[in-house]
Design a protein around this ligand. Structure first.
Ligand SMILES: [Zn+2]
Length: 260
């Protein structure tokens, strides 16, 4: 296949067609909530995502151009300030019609993919998965619903892209690549919030938690879940863990759902 012309001068692919972008803005509140300059930046990031990633629907699912655009744009939301390092080293997005069953061991080989580092382990029903150097695996039923009507605390592809950002420094530990001083503060503040959530659940496993208790599973899940809150319910996050909310606002930029 011939190389696209823009690769010859090392530039970005042409941005997404403005009419298609406007149609997305009308159907996707998280995109509609961006400042114009950030929406324009997202449009360019999205073109790069669509150029570099193969989006493969499976099990009879069909995705049209507008669906693929919506998926890519939401995947790029967490990259608005962080840039494109998290897009390196992987190229596949596998989209299931609904929640899918994963079967793999500690370093197992799921389906047809070889030599992947497993992020989520065990055998469970999942709406999304991210592999350190492998594909994003998503459930379209969940993602499409969250795109049309953002649900406070839930944004599947944001969660999985947070794992990609986490892995940029080679370690999945809930801390992305940051300047050293900031990284120390981040580790301190996220660590304290993670411990507080776990202390609450240790005292009472049925306790009502300020954010989804899945965040207590591991530091990397805490970061990914808090990222979902940043984009969909920033007020809830600020109330629960103000220091974490401040780090995420600095890392991701203002939330599209922030009250103006
Ligand atoms: Zn996760």
């Amino acid at each position: 296949m011939a190389r696209p012309w823009w690769r010859f001068w090392g530039g970005d692919p042409p941005p997404v067609d403005p009419a298609a972008w406007q149609a997305l803005v009308r159907r996707a509140p998280l995109i509609a909530g961006l400042e114009p300059a950030r929406s324009e930046r997202l449009r360019r990031l999205t073109a790069r995502f669509l150029d570099g990633k193969a989006i493969t629907p499976v099990q009879g699912l069909e995705l049209d151009g507008a669906d693929r655009l919506a998926l890519a744009a939401h995947a790029c939301l967490p990259l608005l300030e962080a840039g494109t390092a998290a897009l390196r080293g992987w190229s596949q997005v596998i989209v299931h019609p609904g929640a899918f069953r994963v079967e793999h061991g500690r370093h197992g080989t799921p389906w047809e993919f070889d030599a992947l580092e497993v992020v989520h382990e065990g055998s469970e029903d999942r709406e999304g998965e991210s592999w350190e150097r492998g594909p994003l695996v998503l459930s379209w039923a969940d993602l499409a619903a969250e795109i049309a009507e953002p649900e406070p605390g839930y944004q599947l592809v944001v969660h999985e892209m947070a794992h990609k950002l986490d892995g940029v420094d080679g370690v999945m530990d809930g801390t992305p690549l940051l300047p050293r001083a900031w990284q120390r503060e981040w580790a301190r503040d996220f660590g304290a919030a993670f411990e507080a959530l776990n202390a609450l659940l240790d005292a009472d496993p049925e306790a009502e938690t300020p954010i989804d208790p899945y965040a207590a599973e591991a530091p990397e899940e805490f970061f990914a879940v808090c990222s979902e809150y940043h984009f969909t319910a920033p007020d809830l996050l600020r109330e629960a863990f103000p220091a974490v909310a401040a780090h995420l606002e600095r890392f991701y930029g203002p939330s599209p759902m922030a009250r103006r």
